[in-house]
Design a protein. Structure first.
Length: 198
């Protein structure tokens, strides 16, 4: 089954492709079919994922899968949240977003630096699918005081996992995909594809 993946984030594409390798899904990406950028105007991860999946399905005529994800830090009222990718402005980079978050938490003790990565994966069979498949994943940790590690992307270098004594950026891809927010959300989608004939 051919499905368009509604993302132009190469890191996300690689993670999603790896996790769905055991299904009957043939993922097409923007490398195969041109898809437009979608303005993420939703107030929630679910709304944004649906916007992206619907747009990609309209453009390509294919079923679509989309991800929306980010990090929440309770101490700063659950920000960055849906603004995670653009936290430091319109031309934000991973580095500038991490730098801003560390500045926001400057002087805050470890026990108040708890954070949660969130991920929503949406699968839509067609643009006006009234019953899209929605799978959620969360990953608890803390914001470290400085970046550490060179793997992963986004906030991974400052997302500290106390039980492993590592940041997410110090994990291998295999380790990360087993326990991450996206890995958990994709497990729900994977089960759907393995059990459904669409």
């Amino acid at each position: 089954m051919k499905i368009i993946l509604a993302s132009k984030n190469q890191d996300k594409i690689k993670e999603i492709q790896k996790i769905l390798t055991n299904t009957n899904v043939e993922l097409k990406t923007f490398h195969d079919i041109n898809i437009p950028e979608v303005e993420e105007t939703g107030a929630s991860f679910v709304e944004n994922a649906i916007l992206k999946a619907r747009s990609a399905s309209i453009t390509t005529g294919l079923p679509a899968i989309a991800d929306d994800s980010g990090i929440e830090v309770k101490y700063i009222n659950y920000q960055p949240g849906v603004k995670s990718a653009r936290y430091s402005g319109e031309n934000a980079t991973n580095e500038s977003n991490n730098k801003k978050l560390l500045e926001e938490l400057s002087g805050v003790p470890h026990e108040k630096r708890n954070a949660c990565y969130r991920c929503v994966i949406v699968f839509m069979r067609f643009p006006n699918d009234p019953f899209p498949v929605i799978s959620l994943g969360s990953w608890e940790g803390f914001i470290s005081e400085r970046p550490n590690g060179s793997n992963g992307f986004g906030y991974d270098p400052i997302f500290y996992l106390p039980n492993l004594k590592k940041t997410a950026a110090q994990l291998t891809d295999i380790e990360k995909n087993k326990i991450s927010h996206r890995g958990k959300a994709l497990k729900g989608i994977e089960k759907y594809f393995l059990n459904e004939t669409i």
